[in-house]
Design a protein around this ligand. Sequence first.
Ligand SMILES: [Zn+2]
Length: 469
Amino acid sequence: MEIQFYGAVRTVTGSQHLVRVNGRKILLDCGLYQGSRQESYQRNQNLPFDASNVDVLILSHAHIDHSGNIPSLVKSGFQGDIVCTYATRDLCAVMLRDSAKIQTYDIEYLNKKRERQNLPPLAPIYDLEDAVESLKLFIGIGYGRSYQLFPGVTLTFHDAGHILGSAIIVLDIADEATGRDIRLVFTGDLGRPNRPILRDPDFIDSADVLLIESTYGNRLHADIDEASDKLETIINETYARGGKLIVPAFAVGRTQELVYRIHQLVEARDIPPHLPIYVDSPLAVDATGIYRLHPEAYDEETAQFILTNHHSDPFGFDMMRYTRSTSESKELNFLREPAVIISASGMAEAGRILHHLKNNIEDPRNTILIVGWQAPNTLGRRLVEKQPTVKIFGESYHLRARVETINGLSAHADRQELLEWTGHMQKRPQHTFVVHGEEEAAFSLAAALRDEQHFPNVMVPELGQKFSI
Ligand SMILES: [Zn+2]
């Protein structure tokens, strides 16, 4: 058996790992690489392997850094099945189309520049048609249902607790070349225990080969229980000032978690019951619909909440409003009363959130709430840093609104939670590959696995590196 790493090694985007076994090629994830515009364009368009030779793609979850290059793969000749959970398939149906729109929009912007420089126009990495075409290849299977990919190769998905539909991939392989049985476990992105909506990540008791993510391999998160308390305080304080709460949030995962937490606060009468809550993002509206469709993925607490409150919808209540059309979104500009507005993008780099920030940033009654990690050089980061003036749509605005941060909402296990998860393995893997983390995080987790848990052969692979097992 061979494993070759084509992305999300020593970085966090572009997850793609190719397993060659029993004459078959199994691709784990096909994520979009997100770096500088030129490098991303090259890497995402020119796949480093022959797509037509790949037999099957197994997808851990729908986030774009894991699924976003599927349309390229299909465009490049891949004809196999794309196997994932049902919820992942449904989320991909909206996310890949959204990604295609972004690709097309980006390239139109770039082509205008190129035209001025007398350069020929570029085609998008993929377009809407490519995204829709790729959806035809998806096959859904449930958690815990063993599925034979090929004779001698069985796939089982386990809960990863990261976003709706996210899975830990377990492959039980009878390796014809060596006559050995090999269990390969790929964590995908591993979530955290005790988060709302989703079940906790499943523990896997044995592996021969482990591919483990390391996004927070060198960091610890704030306590998860503090998040709702802090949310309650921030909502009430902003309401008391007569202000609005503006929340940039990722459309898939973070938005639904916030809505569910706010719903709990409303039911407990911890926040004013007449305070309107808006989710203003078409992608978030679509994604929330898919969250509603998959109660089989909810945890016990969410199931109980629905039962005890006689609600069939954890993401809907009297004052909850979802806005899809541009005109509805624009109407929010004229709101004079206190309100909560949750909108994308999560790092305030694009999307409708920019309009809401522009309209509300200079009013000291308002609060901007940051609920996720903000990359350097994004507007979100400048807001976290409380820079006195920031540029939105090319114009300068004074930051007079308050800025608050809730850190406990991460969807990734932190260092301690990762080590707790690996600590449950009764049979230590003979080969461990630490992926999906910046170098510092990946090496730090690798060292802990070696030194604290005595895992043998722990590697942090490089891009393109191949291992025989
Ligand atoms: Zn993810």
